[in-house]
Design a protein around this ligand. Structure first.
Ligand SMILES: [Zn+2]
Ligand SMILES: [Zn+2]
Length: 338
């Protein structure tokens, strides 16, 4: 059987994880400036499947995609259907100028990759689009991205995309994307799935769209989902303590909050968390701002708003300074450099 080859290799100048950052295009190839603010914008916040409709218009129906700008560096977190409108916005912004951007994929479930065939910048040969993932995810990513564009499903193959696409295999949990330090964490979710922590001049941004938090302890904690004492926390499974360490003291955490605690009981093992657990973890880890993310496709705007109210009630009960809201398409956060 022939060895598998990477059909989307990166040129040496694009291998930013090796910290070789020679400019390979004229535009946006500057190192992140320590003085520049970091910006974050939500383009897709929905989990599982896109849900357009009048009752989801406030929070939005597109699946996972978050844009982070660290200075001029563009980092895209996941390629759900939200990436289509991001692509249109980038085309409008850059016009004829080439752009360099990086896409970090957490895993290859449909709701995290399905928008890529509709990402216009990948069709412009002037641009450099680097897709990052770990070995397992990356191999799955290459074949999955390609296969979702095969003839029975899509009119243009990935090989025919004229943009300069490369797939960069990440070898270490700590790496860099064009000068931006990134930490990865494998998380509890069916298949191989990662979360990412971006260290920016405006503080850390943690993105974990899909995770099932401490589900092994749900049965014990279901009667008291608001507050967990430190001694209880110390009996958490090792994987759960790793997540607390991973998000600790972050400026922004974007975290899977697909269910309510009641709904979770019907979805144990599906790979997602409930808002009560998400908030409890953020409180324990001293997070500054939490965005509830990966909204359930069966939740309309009113349902998500009531989950936010529930989350805020937990924070008030703890007299904690945590800011919590639901991620919503189109909202943008600016983090001044510290
Ligand atoms: Zn998902
Ligand atoms: Zn998933």
């Amino acid at each position: 059987m022939p060895a598998k080859t990477n059909r989307f290799p990166c040129r040496e100048t694009e291998r930013s994880t090796t910290l070789v950052n020679e400019p390979s295009a004229e535009a946006n190839t500057n190192e992140p400036s320590a003085a520049a603010p970091t910006r974050l914008k939500f383009w897709g916040v929905r989990g599982s499947i896109a849900t357009p409709g009048t009752d989801t218009v406030y929070y939005g129906g597109n699946t996972s995609c978050v844009e982070v700008r660290v200075g001029s560096e563009i980092i895209v977190l996941d390629a759900g259907t939200g990436i289509r409108r991001l692509g249109l916005a980038l085309e409008e912004e850059f016009k004829d100028q080439p752009m360099r951007l990086s896409v970090l994929i957490t895993h290859t479930h449909w709701d995290h990759i399905q928008g890529f065939p509709f990402f216009l910048p990948a069709y412009n040969p002037k641009n450099i689009v680097t897709i990052y993932g770990f070995k397992g995810a990356r191999q799955g990513l290459e074949s999955t991205l390609s296969s979702q564009m095969e003839n029975p499903y899509f009119p243009i193959s990935m090989q025919q995309m004229p943009g300069n696409i490369c797939i960069q295999e990440v070898q270490e949990l700590n790496f860099q994307v064009n000068g931006v330090p990134i930490q990865a964490q494998f998380v509890s979710h069916p298949g191989l799935c990662t979360g990412y922590r971006l260290f920016t001049p405006g503080g850390s941004i943690v993105y974990i769209p899909d995770i099932e938090l401490f589900h092994r302890l749900r049965a014990r904690w279901i009667r008291d989902t608001d507050v967990h004492t430190r001694s209880e926390r110390q009996s958490d499974p090792e994987e759960d303590r790793q997540i607390i360490d991973f998000i600790r003291d972050a400026e922004v955490v974007i975290l899977d909050s697909q269910y309510s605690a009641t709904e979770y009981e019907e979805h144990k093992g599906w790979g997602h968390s409930c808002v009560e657990d998400t908030v409890a973890f953020a409180l324990h880890a001293n997070v500054k701002r939490l965005y509830l993310f990966h909204h359930d496709p069966d939740h309309n705007d009113a349902a998500i708003t009531s989950m936010v109210e529930r989350a805020k009630e937990m924070v008030v009960n703890r007299r904690a300074p945590l800011i919590v809201e639901a991620a919503r398409e189109g909202i943008e956060l600016v983090l001044p450099a510290k």
